[in-house]
Design a protein around this ligand. Structure first.
Ligand code: PLP
Length: 401
């Protein structure tokens, strides 16, 4: 009989040889969700006209309905997008910024998201104000304090993570939104990692804009993200790609959704598979989504403790700031063999060595605070503590005595 963890792991098609502790980067889609995706792709190809012109509207509405219930938003105010990068581009590139406006972002922001902020700021002669958040950090209050200090009468918008990318910290989003709103600053949330990792209730958080991925912690197929825009702002937010929606005759939120969800012909089945992923992940454990999140959090805390003890390093943030990602500073590493010391994809040599020599997939990243190296572990249902024990043992071999 399969153990509980073997039963869970069997739901994914991940290479059994690899200790895959990098769910955070690209997610991983369970087999049943992929099967439904492929079934829908067949259905699309069997009758493309019917699928895209006759059935899509109702099926997208049903998919938005399940997603809206999961993330605490009226489904009419959500539009499916391919990913967070696309959603943030749309919001930022559509903003009418004035010369001298200030845009706040933290030093932990994901590179692609930061790039689009810099791009629009340069074009409109605005200033990007980078708030330095330390790592190690004692607690979330420091984030609120540092962000508060950055606000000036010229601040227009804050781009805020719900969960930071490289450092994997859950941000005090409710406090941040309230603080920015008290100064009249609009908030664009980069929620790439949040849905499925931590409870998300967009209407309670009440930002102007919230962009997130389903292909990370909801475990949908790749190419499924969403953009929420507060209703009174939807007419201003236009996708980077203008298509039929622009003169389709629809108005208000119907036009907002139409513009985002039809940017020319494409495969919409990853979006339609979102409810299947929500349903599968929400029923695979008896306690539903709450148990998934709690189990992943408990595992990442246990994994971090193990790594901290084995490698003699200090945890850089309190457990309470973790969801199901944990980043740690990488101890000093011995020189690596030249065969693994370079990578065309720009991966850190130690990441490559761990993968090629030990079959461990773990991202090694740049610490936004010090510029040093950090590594980040993820915990998803297919992981067990053995994955992190293997990582700790492998890392010990590279650490300078
Ligand atoms: C915080 C954050 N924002 C944005 C993204 C970009 O996600 P995508 O590549 O799906 O657009 C990521 C991806 O890891 C992320 O961690």
């Amino acid at each position: 009989m399969l153990s509980d963890s073997a039963r869970l792991k069997a739901h994914w098609s991940l290479d059994p040889e690899v200790a895959y502790v990098n769910h955070g980067s690209f997610g991983a889609c369970p087999k049943v969700v992929l099967a439904e995706l492929h079934r829908m792709q067949r259905e699309l190809e069997d009758e493309p006209g019917t699928f895209l012109c006759r059935k899509a509207t109702d099926r997208l509405a049903a998919a938005r309905e399940s997603l809206g219930a999961f993330v605490g938003a009226n489904p009419e105010d959500l539009a499916f997008v391919s990913n967070v990068t696309e959603a943030l581009n749309a919001v930022l590139r559509a903003m009418r910024l004035n010369e001298g406006d200030e845009l706040i972002v933290s030093n932990h922001e994901y590179n692609a998201s930061r790039n689009v902020l810099d791009f629009v700021a340069e074009r409109a002669k605005c200033h990007v104000v980078v708030v330095e958040i330390p790592f190690p950090i004692d607690g979330p209050n420091i984030v609120v304090e540092r962000m508060r200090e950055a606000i000036t009468p010229r601040t227009r918008l804050a781009l805020v993570d719900h969960v930071t990318s490289a450092t994997g910290m859950v941000m005090p989003l409710k406090e941040l939104v309230e603080m920015f709103h008290a100064s009249g600053v609009a908030v664009l949330v980069d929620g790439a990692h949040a849905p499925g990792m931590i409870p998300v209730d967009i209407e309670t958080l009440a930002p102007e804009y919230y962009a997130a991925n389903c292909h990370k912690w909801i475990c949908s197929p790749k190419g499924a993200g969403f953009l929420y825009v507060r209703r009174d702002l939807q007419h201003e937010v236009r996708p980077a790609v203008i298509s039929h929606g622009a003169n389709c005759g629809l108005e208000g939120n119907a036009r907002f959704r139409e513009e985002f969800e039809w940017m020319g012909t494409r495969d919409i089945t990853p979006w339609l598979a979102v409810p299947v992923a929500l349903e599968f992940m929400g029923t695979v454990l008896p306690g539903g989504w709450d148990e998934v999140r709690a189990r992943n959090h408990a595992l990442v805390v246990e994994a971090r403790n193990l790594l901290v003890e084995t490698l003699n390093i200090t945890p850089p943030c309190p457990d309470a700031m973790l969801g199901s990602l944990a980043a740690l500073h990488l101890p000093e590493i011995k020189d690596l063999k030249p065969s693994v010391a370079t990578s065309a994809l720009g991966l850190d040599p130690i990441q490559e060595a761990l993968f090629h020599d030990h079959k461990i997939e773990v991202p090694v990243l740049v610490c936004p605070d010090s510029g040093g190296r950090i590594f980040r572990v993820s915990a998803q249902l297919y992981n067990t503590i053995d994955d992190y024990a293997r990582l700790a043992k492998a890392l010990q071999q590279y650490i300078n005595a």
